[in-house]
Ligand binder design. Sequence first.
Ligand code: CU
Length: 314
Amino acid sequence: MLAGFSTFASQVDNAFLYVLIISLIFFVGIVFAMLYFVVRYHHKNHKQPEDIHGSVTLEVLWTIIPTILVITMFYYGYKGFHNMRTVPEDAMEVTVTGRMWSWMYTYDNGYQTDTLIVPVNQPVKLNLESADVLHSYYIPAFRVKQDAVPGWNNYLWFQATDPGVYDVMCAEYCGDRHSYMLSSVKAIEQDKFNQWYASLPVKPAETSEGGALDEAGLAKLGEQAYRLKGCMACHSVDGSRLVGPSFKGIFGEEVSVVAEGKEYTVTVDEDYLRRSMLEPNAEKVKGFEAIPMPPQVLTDEEINQLIAFIKSLK
Ligand SMILES: [Cu+2]
């Protein structure tokens, strides 16, 4: 079995093992009883078939024993479930946004990352949100999995026990690039975490020394947003076609679009890019009519940064 690295691991693994061992005992018992009957009641050994009438003792035994076994299984399962749904008071909270096809993490101070960073030996509560369809947040090494449902606040919690980098997956098929939601959670020592957290700018946009950013600075933030906001799942920057058109070299070019069944060309300028981000499905790029771009949650600042980034991709 895959080793576990959270306080839930032994509880989940023991419940699993308990069910597995009982199933194995029954499996072996049933197979042997079957083989025994095949030989014992073979017509050569048992010439004359006979009727068997009920046995109250047997019926009581085979009702009561399995009932007790199933109740103990339920007990272990319920105990674990209850523990997983009861978040400790001192848990650190992080908001997780699932969307086609990436995860984004927002910390209490507003900072956003594409990898979850948590301290070890500290309960962490993840508030799960989805921006579009059903996703499921899954950390196998921590034995936690929970659905992210659009329009509904779900959560999970865990406490990592060992520093390390662990896989995060989406466990609910969510479209073409579902597998792209593979990412990671990094558990680090508490003091290292505190250092990292204290060093964070309040918002990524405040990395420069205030004042207006030049075009190159904006484009750099735009590149961050491109990765963080999940655009890279569908838009390449090297000209290759993913789910959506590549961003490379589109600025200033003509593009054929379809809107309300009519086809026309527009020049890719700042307004067009802004429109494409705010109302992605009002004008569809020709050749991509059938593929919806999910609605994006972007601030004006982020849109300006993304536009600068797309402009810089010659
Ligand atoms: Cu997903």
